[in-house]
Design a protein around this ligand. Structure first.
Ligand SMILES: Cc1cc2nc3c(=O)[nH]c(=O)nc-3n(C[C@H](O)[C@H](O)[C@H](O)COP(=O)(O)OP(=O)(O)OC[C@H]3O[C@@H](n4cnc5c(N)ncnc54)[C@H](O)[C@@H]3O)c2cc1C
Length: 548
């Protein structure tokens, strides 16, 4: 079996007929991390996701695997240490999508950190996070800082700190986790929603009733343990379990704005003061630069967080203040995204003061809920909760194996092997007349699986003459066959990020890709409903630049 909706019926048959050791509800980074950890220990695992994998918060983050410098300001020393050292592990296990990125921290007159405290802060950060020598912080004077970033406001600038963060693609990290868990025997399915729990006579949880969101068909999944990894939706499931007592979630919204690179042509990523005690990131990535984030308490519709005019104005003001020459305006924004942080409520704390620590909540029925945390700490969160599942089961399972487990696409022994693989795939691709830039783009998205996309180009070449269409088609078909896409937005938003990062080219291809996807899904007469959903993609295009 492959990880494809072309074989959806087989996935459903497995889900409805097997007694699983563990059922995970929620297919974001938390749920998929748990599924992989449990599968590697020898558990039989099911995971269901009501929408697409990573469609919740896990595709809407700042896309950094970071040591959490901001937590140092809040004296969360253990958190800085844990996420900081974990960052190296996440990088090692998925080198193709977790990439070191230079970050400039300007020190300004009215900023929250002075030169001395920044220098000490970054040093402590390097030590706590176990940063390697070549990536340790370098302090810059005013002149050096302006040389590193000529767009910075010179007035009130004291200097800067240059340090390293790791850039990622959040939704690709989720999908690589899901693919890896599947390869290790887990059964994961998107567009499958839990609608209530099953209990035995003692009121202990034994599974969930689910509905297939593509066909409206309902059935039951049975498992010895059930984990609620629903991010912002965690409390809704706790409510269904009648266990919403004590600790609760406090959701906060964060938005990002995307600009064409030439409108905000930064030399490297920057992390800077807004002026109200908060700090934001500006991160160049290929042809764009994205900026974020906000942090405001959120009590509205969980399914459709949106960037408001107020959010956009807040970020625009912050950028224009720090980089006055760019003079960005509302209509320079080419796209936006908004996400919800599933944080644990703390009395009397403002949105940005709330801890990002994760917590496990165990209900009387045995439902295990996990919330809080970061992308960066996903593996540690998974280890903690799977340890608990194993303990409660009374069965003997292997101990956690994820620390050295290379994710799908990231199977490189070390940095050298990674570089060698890059060179060799470029050679292989260009010998097939695929431009090096395209291969490189694929390599930083699919890693070792890029070879499969090249194979796809060879197969499709006889049918598609236009080379731009050929490459798009090869990528789409790969995602149909190996990455469980169903809607065109699964491909355009979560597998490739094209809607945010390559709007111009993608807009031209929407109709072509939507039709191709529809044909692909029908091709094996597998009975799955397939709609022409170019309209959905067009709506997503529009909503990314429409403000309420
Ligand atoms: C603006 C912002 C910026 C951030 N930046 C960073 C960063 O740079 N680095 C970092 O490390 N962290 C960052 N974070 C934090 C990080 O993104 C989150 O901690 C993480 O993505 C949460 O993942 P999750 O899997 O718990 O939740 P989600 O990704 O939301 O996953 C939960 C899933 O459960 C599904 N679900 C809900 N109900 C059901 C149901 N009934 N049945 C089946 N499925 C269901 C949802 O559809 C959803 O996909 C950021 C967060 C935000 C909001």
């Amino acid at each position: 079996m492959s990880f494809t909706n072309l074989q959806r019926e087989n996935f459903i048959n497995r889900l409805r007929s097997q007694q699983f050791d563990l059922l995970v509800i929620g297919g974001g980074i938390t749920g998929c991390g748990i599924a992989l950890d449990a599968a590697l220990r020898g558990m039989t695992v099911a995971l269901i996701e009501k929408n697409d994998f990573a469609s919740g918060t896990s595709s809407r983050s700042t896309k950094l695997i970071h040591g959490g410098l901001r937590y140092l300001k809040q004296f969360e020393i253990k958190l800085v240490h844990d996420v900081g050292s974990e960052r190296a592990v996440v990088h090692r296990n998925a080198r193709h999508i977790v990439i070191p990125e230079k970050m400039l921290l300007p020190i300004v007159e009215e900023g929250s950190l002075g030169s001395f405290s920044t220098s000490i802060g970054l040093l402590v950060y390097d030590i706590l996070a176990g940063v390697k020598k070549e990536e340790r912080r370098v302090m810059l004077d005013k002149h050096q800082t302006l040389k590193a970033e000529p767009l910075l406001r010179s007035e009130g600038l004291h200097g800067g700190g240059m340090y390293f963060e790791y850039r990622t693609d959040d939704s690709r990290l989720v999908i690589e986790l899901a693919k890896s868990a599947f390869a290790k025997g887990a059964t994961l399915l998107n567009y499958m929603e839990s609608k209530g729990f099953l209990y035995d006579e003692e009121g202990q949880i034994t599974g969930a009733s689910v509905i297939d969101n593509l066909t409206d068909e309902s059935f039951e999944i049975r498992a010895d343990a059930v984990v609620n990894a629903c991010g912002p939706w965690v409390d809704l499931l706790r409510k269904e379990d009648n266990s919403l007592k004590g600790k609760r979630l406090q959701l906060t919204k964060g938005v990002h704005l995307v600009f064409p690179y030439d409108k905000l042509p930064l030399q490297q990523a920057a992390y800077f003061d807004v002026g109200d005690g908060r700090m934001i990131f500006a991160i160049p990535r290929n042809n764009i630069t994205y900026v974020g984030t906000t942090d405001t308490v959120y009590n509205q519709d969980l399914n459709h967080p949106h960037c408001t005019k107020e959010d956009a104005t807040y970020l625009l003001n912050a950028i224009n203040k720090m980089f006055p020459a760019v003079k960005l305006e509302m209509n320079d924004i080419v796209s936006t995204w908004a996400g919800l942080r599933p944080l644990i409520f703390e009395e009397g704390k403002s949105a940005s003061e709330l801890s990002r620590k994760d917590e496990i909540l165990v209900s009387e029925s045995g439902l295990l809920s996990i919330a809080g945390g970061k992308l960066t700490g996903y593996r540690l969160m998974a280890e903690k909760i799977v340890d608990l599942v194993a303990r409660r089961s009374g069965k003997k399972y292997d101990s956690c194996k994820t620390k050295s487990f290379r994710l799908s696409g990231g199977e490189f022994e070390n940095e050298n092997a990674f570089k060698k693989a890059y060179d060799s795939i470029i050679e292989e691709g260009t010998s097939e007349n695929i431009p090096a830039a395209k291969i490189s783009e694929w390599f930083y998205r699919y890693g070792t699986n890029t070879a499969r996309l090249i194979e796809q180009v060879k197969i499709l070449r006889t049918k598609i003459a236009d080379s731009e269409k050929l490459f798009e088609a090869a990528e789409l078909v790969y995602c149909v066959e190996n990455e469980m896409i169903y809607h065109i937005n699964d491909f355009l938003i979560r597998r490739t990020g094209k809607i945010f990062f390559d709007r111009k080219n993608t807009e031209k291809q929407i109709d072509y890709l939507s039709n191709l996807l529809s044909l692909q899904l029908k091709r094996e007469g597998n009975g799955i409903v397939s709609k022409e959903d170019a309209t959905l993609a067009k709506l997503a295009f529009e909503s990314a630049v429409t403000f309420e």
